[in-house]
Design a protein around this ligand. Structure first.
Ligand code: ADE
Length: 230
C-alpha cells in the first residue's frame, strides 16, 4: 500500500475522489481514504497545515495502514530562481528550518535524539516521481526541501533558509513526515509544485497559483501510480 499525505483539500480532494473500492476512516480528526487508485492500493489523508498535524497523520498512517512508502504531495514556495511557479520540487532530503537549539551548542536545524539535520528521501521513488514530472512537460528540480511552522513571505527569511540549509523550496509538513517515517523505517518522498515566490510577493502569488500548482502535483502523482501498474 502507498500512503499519500497532503495538508489541504486542494492537494488531496481530487485523489480521494478518484479512489475505487473506497473505505473512509476518521482518526484523531484526520480523514483517511483507502482503496484502489490507478491500479495501486493507496491510503490518502488530508492532514492539516503544519508539522504537528503532519506528524500525527504520518504516525497514525504507519501504525494503522502499514504503507510500504509515504509520499507527501502538494505546493511549496520557491527558494531559488531555478524553480518558478508551476515547476516542481522533488526532495532528495528534508529539513526542519524552524528547529533551533543552537543557543545550547547544537547546529541550527539539528533534531536531537536522532542527531539529524537532514532526512534522506527514498531515491527510487523520488527519481520515478521526477521522471513523471518531466514526462508531463513540467520542469522538475531535485534538492533539499525545508519545512517549518511558518508561511515564508519575506526576502530575508527566504534567503536565510536557502543559505542555511541549501534548500530549494519551503513548505510546512514534509520535514515532519520525513522525521516520523525515518524513526519508523518507512521510506518516503516529497513532491511539491511551486505556488509562490516565498518573498514579499508570496501573499499575492499564493491565492492565484496554489490551486493550479496543487493540480499539477495531483496529475504527477497519478501518472506515477499508473507507471507502477504497467
Ligand atoms: N506552501 C506554499 N507556499 C509556502 C510558503 N511560502 N511558505 C510555507 N509554506 C508554503
Amino acid at each position: 500500500m502507498i500512503g499519500i499525505i497532503g495538508a489541504m483539500e486542494i492537494e488531496t480532494a481530487a485523489l480521494a475522489a478518484a479512489v475505487e473500492k473506497k473505505r473512509i476512516e476518521v482518526i484523531s480528526g484526520i480523514t483517511y481514504t483507502s482503496g484502489l487508485l490507478d491500479g495501486q492500493e493507496v491510503v490518502i489523508a488530508t492532514c492539516g497545515i503544519g508539522k504537528v498535524y503532519a506528524a500525527i497523520c504520518a504516525q497514525t498512517m504507519i501504525l494503522h495502514y502499514h504503507p510500504a512508502v509515504i509520499i507527501n504531495t502538494g505546493v511549496a514556495g520557491t527558494l531559488t530562481p531555478a524553480l518558478g511557479i508551476g515547476d516542481v520540487a522533488v526532495a532528495t532530503k528534508l529539513c526542519q528550518h524552524d528547529m533551533d537549539t543552537s543557543p545550547i551548542g547544537d547546529p541550527v536545524g539539528l533534531v536531537s535524539g536522532i542527531s539529524k539535520i537532514y532526512f534522506e528521501a527514498d531515491e527510487k521513488t523520488s527519481q520515478s516521481l521526477a521522471a513523471c514530472v518531466e514526462a508531463s512537460g513540467a520542469k522538475a528540480l531535485a534538492g533539499c526541501i525545508a519545512s517549518g511552522d511558518q508561511f515564508v513571505a519575506t526576502a530575508e527569511k527566504k534567503a536565510y533558509i536557502r543559505e542555511t540549509f541549501g534548500a530549494i523550496a519551503c513548505e510546512m509538513e514534509g520535514g515532519a513526515i520525513a522525521h516520523v517515517a525515518t524513526v519508523n523505517d518507512v521510506p518516503f518522498a516529497v513532491l511539491r509544485a511551486i505556488s509562490d515566490s516565498a518573498d514579499g510577493d508570496a501573499t499575492m502569488d499564493y491565492p492565484t497559483f496554489a490551486r493550479m500548482a496543487a493540480e499539477r502535483s495531483v496529475a504527477v502523482l497519478r501518472a506515477y501510480l499508473r507507471s507502477l501498474s504497467v
